[in-house]
Ligand binder design. Sequence first.
Ligand code: ADP
Length: 613
Amino acid sequence: MGDRYISGEMIGCLRRYWGYTSFRPWQEKTILAVLDDRDSLTVLPTGGGKSLCFQLPAMLKDGLAVVISPLISLMKDQVDTLKDMGIPAEYMNSSQSAEAQDGVVRRIQAGEVKLLYISPERLQTDPTLNWLKTVQKSFFVIDEAHCISHWGHDFRADYRNLKVIKDNFKDIPVHAFTATATKEVERDILNELALESPEINIADVDRANLIYRVMPRANIISQIVEVLNKHPQEAGIIYCLRRDDVDDISAKLNRLGFKNLPYHAGLSDQTRHDNQEEFMRERVDIIVATVAFGMGIDRSNVRFVIHAAMPKSIEHYHQETGRAGRDGLTSYCYMFYGGADFRVWGFFLEQSANKEIMREKLKVMYNFCVQPQCRHKVFVSYFGQKYLPNSCVACDYCLGEVDTVADPLGIARAILSCVEKVSYGDGRGFGAGHIVNVLKGNKDDRVARWRHDHLPVFGAMEKETVFFIRYMIEQLVGQEFLAREGEFLTLSLTDSSRQVLKGDVVPVLAKPLVAKRKKEIRQKQSKFKEKDWVGIDPELFELLRKKRSDLAEKQRVPAYIIFGDRSLKDMAAIKPLTPESFATVFGVGEHKLKQYCEEFVGVIKDYTSSIKK
Ligand code: ADP
């Protein structure tokens, strides 16, 4: 039946309501699957544009599309966004009065609504199922479908009984959408929803518009400040490992003049809600948070995500950084990690039910930090896909910001043989501090007591700094050429150490950056960033941003509902002065043209005439 909808009809709808000119990769295929009246499962990464994949078919099909979503707090914003584009949508959840809900049912029964967002518990009540049976439906959508699975990271009890949909509406197609699904989650979704021979679309996990940079942590506040200075007036999230770190970093940054709000589970519900609102409504641009700040952060112009510590798995890192750049514009992810993060997570994981699996994931995460390699490629291979380009040109490694040491084998052998010699024979072990002293040739009390100054490796790296030797050890631990175990975090050899000692395997080791090189890289980075602004008038962009924020305040909606940054940038480049040219701006559909042309064109006219004067 999908054939019935020629792509012209789809593009027409996209232009008319969304004001976009083309589909993103996978959208067309997914939309056709929804139009095809067959069950489906779609896995599309955050920012891939999932909503459009069911909202657009809802407009092309007869009847009501019912969207089950766990994000009650966001339903109003989602519906407001649709209404602002001229799409008749409603929501139904426990936050509404009985009268408001009756009103929604009446509008649906009168055929005035194309999309209904509903919470899973409201859907499962008898009265809801009963009136739903009486209206014409196009299809059901299960948004954030990974919440069905115990294997997912956001399991929701309310999502368990969604089989009621197939039990009650056998002939209506069901479409599941999620951003992250491993094989186990995928299987649970298919089983729990009882999908019938579904079409499965799994998109590429890569987010090409994200630039990843991963660096060892030194003075975290100055490292964060350096990043914030690169992103003035842009929105960002700073993730910390513990609540105390959030409070500390948030307070310090506020004192330094970087206005921000904290977010973690130790704050009251009200404070958390208020702080999230402030961020979503663009009244504050920086949030310092634990991972509690998560699902449903819909602000599309988050330009950077900073990790002040390493997350516990690649899945978490991918999801957390995924909150940047949902609008498709270049966005930046910075991580500052330390060996301590590995140990803190290791300690937390001891209490978790499946600690073996979690420990493996933690190791892979640490390896990702310490091994110089293309970050995009690591993600893509981690999720079982192939990464074809030779260089992503979007990570510290591929952008040439990571320098590798000239003789990695020599360095690795010196360190490994030092570990081997000091612990030789009697099971003694020493931590990194002692190994550094021996290699550096520092004869402290312990070195003297154990007579390690008599070993051939004593002073083998005397020309290097202590920081350098420690950095090399951390990389060897992360790449599993060394193991660090026990209460005293002693180092020992692993199976793969032997291969290095024999010279069969050569580790890749990054050099710490010296000040001169850091300056060079900084200059290169700012040039790289300038590319995002080619042809765009930044002063006009700021004025348009101000107009957007005034309108949002007046309408009591988040600013991104009115226009995304990409639309404002387009306006600041094209500088449209007539409705005809305003209609060509990215994100301007029929409804937005009527609603906002005068306001924004007014700003542009004033600005251009002030320049001429
Ligand atoms: P997801 O739910 O997959 O994270 P969303 O549906 O929230 O993504 O879409 C992310 C952003 O991308 C939104 O601002 C949306 O309007 C925009 N978007 C979606 N599809 C397109 C498209 N074809 N062209 C331009 N922008 C799009």
